[in-house]
Design a protein around this ligand. Structure first.
Ligand code: G3P
Length: 222
């Protein structure tokens, strides 16, 4: 398999807010350059432009809506996040769930604006359904393990391998990420050994005392 993809979601953690968003992005950029591994960040929406202006690395939005230009007050417009500097977006994160129709509309809008789309899911059947929509990635994250420090790749390996198998049957062009509790080198290694092509993670890096050191530990067994 090729080099993994690592996507770091800042959520609304204090450490990843404002100037902190830039500092963590700098750490990601440094580790990405040293290792050759693609590391992307998903800061809060108002920080996208700030991070993009100061650090050269792939930036994802934490959410976008399936709306076009016009009368959509309070919505996240794909053109706006793209112009702010994002190259992709999460869709349907378990902390920002959407209806099936909304997922489909967000994905359509992401494609229209040339944004890479990661549809988040919570089990094998929803992963299979998401893959049928043909996003760039699906990210399987059992909600009960999110933020727990217990890695999905060790606590529930079947949900990762089951997702990989289900996606391969539906559309082998869709890449599978996994997430929840991932923070250490052995967690990422186990995720890759189960067939995933990368990880979506948050607290283990964003809340670490030294995010750069935490990232270096994360990739040490790749
Ligand atoms: O989006 C990533 C996420 O939900 C996993 O969070 O803190 O368990 O790495 P965490």
């Amino acid at each position: 398999m090729g080099s993994p993809f690592i996507l770091l979601n800042y959520k609304t953690y204090n450490q990843g807010t404002g100037q902190g968003a830039v500092e963590i992005a700098r750490a990601c950029r440094a580790v990405s350059e040293e290792s050759g591994i693609e590391i992307a960040v998903a800061p809060q929406l108002p920080d996208i432009y700030r991070v993009a202006s100061e650090v050269e690395l792939p930036i994802f939005s934490q959410h976008m809506d399936g709306v076009g230009a016009g009368s959509f007050t309070g919505h996240v417009f794909g053109k706006c996040i793209k112009e702010a500097g994002a190259v992709g977006t999460l869709i349907n994160h378990s902390e920002r769930r959407l209806t099936l129709a909304e997922i489909e509309a967000s994905l359509k809008a992401a494609k229209e604006f040339g944004l890479r789309a990661v549809i988040c899911t919570n089990n094998v059947p929803t992963t299979a359904a998401a893959a049928a929509l043909e996003p760039d990635y699906v990210a399987i994250e059992p909600p009960e393990l999110i933020g727990s420090g217990i890695p999905v790749s060790k606590a529930d390996p079947e949900v990762v391998s089951g997702s990989v198998e289900a996606v391969a049957k539906i559309n082998s062009g869709v890449k599978v990420l996994c997430g929840a509790g991932i923070s250490k080198g052995e967690d990422l290694r186990a995720a890759l050994d189960l067939g995933s092509q990368g990880v979506l993670l948050a607290s283990g890096i964003v809340k670490a005392a030294d995010p750069k050191a935490a990232l270096e530990d994360l990739i040490r067994l790749v």
